[in-house]
Design a protein around this ligand. Structure first.
Ligand SMILES: Cc1cc2nc3c(=O)[nH]c(=O)nc-3n(C[C@H](O)[C@H](O)[C@H](O)COP(=O)(O)OP(=O)(O)OC[C@H]3O[C@@H](n4cnc5c(N)ncnc54)[C@H](O)[C@@H]3O)c2cc1C
Length: 457
């Protein structure tokens, strides 16, 4: 079997000669291993993989793809696949690791293959934190370029709101550093438009002064889902921006990797992340603790480095569909509809039905405008289901409460590939298509939630 530098294919050999990283083609020892990612639902089948070591490798790989007419896919961790790469070149960024924290400026510079836990730990040394999300294993680049809805979202906004610079290789093979002052339109589009405009090689963003938080989970038996949902929904109306919370209705399988108290039953899981002292946190969540008899309560003071314990997302790869819908409001009737679809006794295929409370800073425009819409959403609804052939119903049935838009970070699987347009308001979509026409007129970067270039006028 051949590996990296001894390739029979002339195209692969030519690319291999330019890279300090590796070029893999089907049949190479590491080809399948390199394609492995977290969500196994999308099976990429590229002609070549460029395992890049640095930004120069990315430049060579993209220029090579453009010359040969190969469409380009990008994968870091495989947490958010949509359109499968069918042929073409897959740029694997997983070796592009590195975090540099500038404590005085409260900023971080992060290479594109880095996962959140690496930034969280590097920033924590200085009492700082990034706007990371529920799972520290998720990749910084895909998360942030898709908006990034994190654990402190109501206090600090979307992760994309704090980005100050992006380094990107565009379809012409050029390396560009874009900021609010340097190609402001591309900077606007990249923050929200995700992988449509090039391969990002590094990101710079502000950190926030958070070392500890009051957080964890409150677990209730499924029979109490109605009381818990109604109590939480009413409670969200009066909480300060320092409180970011979510509710998940969990139907987890009866398997060993799932904690005993969650196995094979319906559970309601409230997640709390509060940026304030434990005493006021305890006071704030008292009505939630009293909503119904608790099974498990893990809420308490913790360092931000333990933030992954708030949601306790799975770590092992599985295949699943993820859907989403932004809700404009959730009134009593909406909550009742959700319970009918996913509460006790419902024939619901979703393992997870999650509501994240928005508002606060997510409802305010960022200092530098971006392509992240959803400022009018009150809740983000998302569902996760195993691919069992049945249609997922919950999200679409909640459309009467929806803003009409979906959060693209919470859409995964090839079935969702055609839904990119639903991630944006019509003006944003038209503007994104215009930027795409300028920087990627041949739609080289199309294995994603694709934004097609605007037609030439
Ligand atoms: C367990 C879990 C928890 C999550 N929690 C949250 C959360 O709290 N908040 C939230 O907002 N999202 C969350 N997500 C969604 C996640 O942010 C997206 O799936 C994101 O796309 C993952 O990025 P990745 O690089 O890890 O994944 P990948 O599958 O490797 O990449 C996904 C896509 O991102 C783009 N991309 C990645 N890297 C680059 C790059 N360097 N340049 C250009 N494009 C790139 C590409 O289009 C690629 O197809 C979660 C997902 C999972 C599975």
């Amino acid at each position: 079997m051949t590996t990296g530098n001894h390739l029979a294919d002339p195209a692969a050999t030519a690319l291999s000669a330019c890279l300090s990283g590796q070029v893999l083609r089907p049949g190479n020892d590491d080809f399948a291993l390199e394609l492995d990612g977290f969500n196994l639902i999308t099976e990429h089948d590229p002609q070549l993989i460029a395992v890049v070591d640095d930004a120069a490798d990315v430049r060579h790989a993209v220029a090579f793809a453009a010359d040969h007419g190969f469409p380009v896919a990008v994968q870091a961790t495989g947490h958010g696949p949509s359109t499968a790469a069918s042929g073409g070149l897959l740029v694997s960024t997983r070796r592009l690791r590195g975090v540099m924290v500038h404590p005085a400026a409260r900023t971080a510079r992060v290479e594109a293959g880095t996962r959140w836990y690496e930034v969280i730990h590097a920033a924590a040394e200085f009492g700082l934190a990034p706007l990371s999300g529920s799972s520290p294993l998720v990749g910084v680049a895909g998360y942030t370029l898709g908006g990034g809805l994190g654990l402190m979202a109501r206090r600090y906004g979307y992760a994309a709101d704090l980005v100050t610079a992006l380094e990107v290789v565009t379809a012409d093979g050029q390396f560009r550093r874009v900021t609010a002052d340097r190609d402001a339109e591309l900077f606007w589009a990249l923050r929200g438009g995700k992988g449509n405009f090039g391969v990002v090689t590094a990101l710079e963003f502000d950190l926030v002064p958070v070392g500890r938080l009051f957080g964890g989970g409150l677990f209730f038996p499924g029979e109490s889902a109605g009381e818990v949902l109604h109590a939480w929904r009413a409670w969200t109306e009066g909480v300060p921006d320092e409180m970011t919370s979510s509710l998940a209705l969990l139907r987890l399988p009866d398997v060993e990797t799932v904690p005993g108290f969650l196995r094979g039953r319906l559970t309601a899981h409230l997640r709390i992340a509060y940026l304030g002292p434990a005493e006021s946190g305890d006071r704030l969540i008292a009505p939630l603790r009293e909503a119904a008899p608790l099974i498990v309560d893990t809420v308490g003071e913790m360092p931000y480095t333990r933030c992954g314990e708030i949601h306790n997302d799975p770590c092992e790869p599985i295949p699943y569909n993820e859907r989403s819908m932004m809700l404009r409001e959730l009134d009593d009737a909406g909550a009742d509809m959700l319970l009918k679809l996913a509460g006790p006794g419902a024939d619901c295929i979703d393992m997870v039905v999650e509501l994240r409370h928005l508002g606060g800073a997510t409802g305010r425009p960022p200092a530098v405008p971006s392509a992240v819409d959803h400022r009018d959403a009150a809740f983000a609804l998302s569902t996760v289901s195993l691919p069992d052939g049945r249609p997922p119903l919950v999200v679409d049935a909640m459309a009467p409460w929806g803003t009409g838009l979906r959060f693209l970070n919470f859409l995964a699987s090839p079935d969702t590939a055609g839904l990119a347009r639903s991630g944006y308001a019509p003006d944003t979509w038209a503007r994104l298509r215009a930027v795409k026409a300028r920087v990627d007129p041949d739609n080289l970067f199309r294995f994603n939630h694709n934004i097609p270039p605007a037609p030439a006028t």
